[in-house]
Design a protein around this ligand. Structure first.
Ligand SMILES: [Zn+2]
Length: 283
């Protein structure tokens, strides 16, 4: 599932390509993805709109759209769900089987492909209001984080996935941040000491920043379905060297040696999601 870094890299890649492109028409193959926006409204609202900006909030994409004057601009919200992908193809390229929405531009088509049907592309932007601060926002202070973990008896790993506490952390980077902070994923939120809260806050920020930096330097393969390298959500472009093999410290490494202490990495399931950790570094 794409997390904050993957969405951020997508925004940086796609934003400049979409800038000032005008939507000639839209093909919707699966109207459910637009909910609660009705299909007819979506089609008529987007026609002739110009893409005037692309931003990220948490794991959401926010497209700014400018209709012909004098209508005011508005926003469209996108979420990649579990396996959603968003990419440009030459105009007229037959859409992939699981293309949910295709925006026809002048020379390109913007394809939103979603094989597992958890994605969204909608004019309802209310989900944004529910989100906690961005990991680098001024509001995400040690004081704020400590307050939000206080009185919480859930495991810290599960709390990190709560987008209302801090936006953008998902399953991969929650495990990674806890490993860097030396914290057990099972530890109750309320049991973290103030120095542990501070350390975890810093780990979240550094882990996500490194993942963005990594994704910004590796040539990514945006529309190939082959993501078997697990290095990045989109997969590397063919022929790219493995120049950062040790990017993930614990995620998906059960049974392998911890890069810090050589103990075997363990995998447990918390709230239905896999967690990876080092039993020695994260007591
Ligand atoms: Zn270790």
């Amino acid at each position: 599932m794409p997390e904050l870094p993957e969405v951020e890299v997508l925004v940086r890649h796609l934003g400049p390509l979409l800038e000032n492109q005008i939507i000639q028409s839209v093909t919707v193959q699966r109207a459910k993805i637009l909910a609660p926006t009705p299909l007819e409204y979506f089609l008529s609202r987007l026609k002739n709109c110009r893409f005037s900006g692309l931003n990220r909030r948490g794991k959401y994409l926010l497209f700014s759209l400018q209709p012909p004057a004098p209508q005011p601009s508005f926003q469209m919200l996108g979420h990649l769900g579990m396996t959603g992908r968003l990419f440009l193809v030459s105009h007229g390229t037959p859409p992939p089987k699981h293309a949910a929405v295709v925006f026809h531009l002048c020379q390109h088509d913007l394809v939103f492909e979603d094989t597992r049907y958890f994605g969204r592309m909608t004019l309802d932007t209310t989900a944004i209001a529910q989100l906690g601060p961005e990991p680098w926002a001024d509001e995400f202070t040690e004081e704020y984080f400590a307050q939000r973990l206080k009185n919480r008896s859930q495991a810290i790993k599960i709390l990190l996935l709560d987008q209302n506490i801090v936006a953008g952390v998902g399953n991969i980077y929650a495990s990674e941040a806890l490993h860097r902070a030396g914290l057990s994923p099972r530890k109750m939120g309320q049991r973290l000491s103030r120095p542990q809260v501070a350390k975890l806050q810093g780990s979240i920020q550094s882990i996500l920043a490194e993942a963005i930096a990594f994704g910004s330097t590796v040539p990514l393969n945006w529309h190939s379905p082959d993501r078997s390298d697990k290095l990045f959500y989109y997969g590397k472009a063919p022929g790219t060297a493995d120049y950062y093999e040790e990017r993930l410290a614990v995620y998906d490494r059960q049974g392998l040696a911890c890069r810090t202490c050589a103990s075997k990495i363990r995998k447990i399931v918390q709230a239905g999601r896999s967690t990876y950790y080092c039993p020695r570094c994260q007591k």
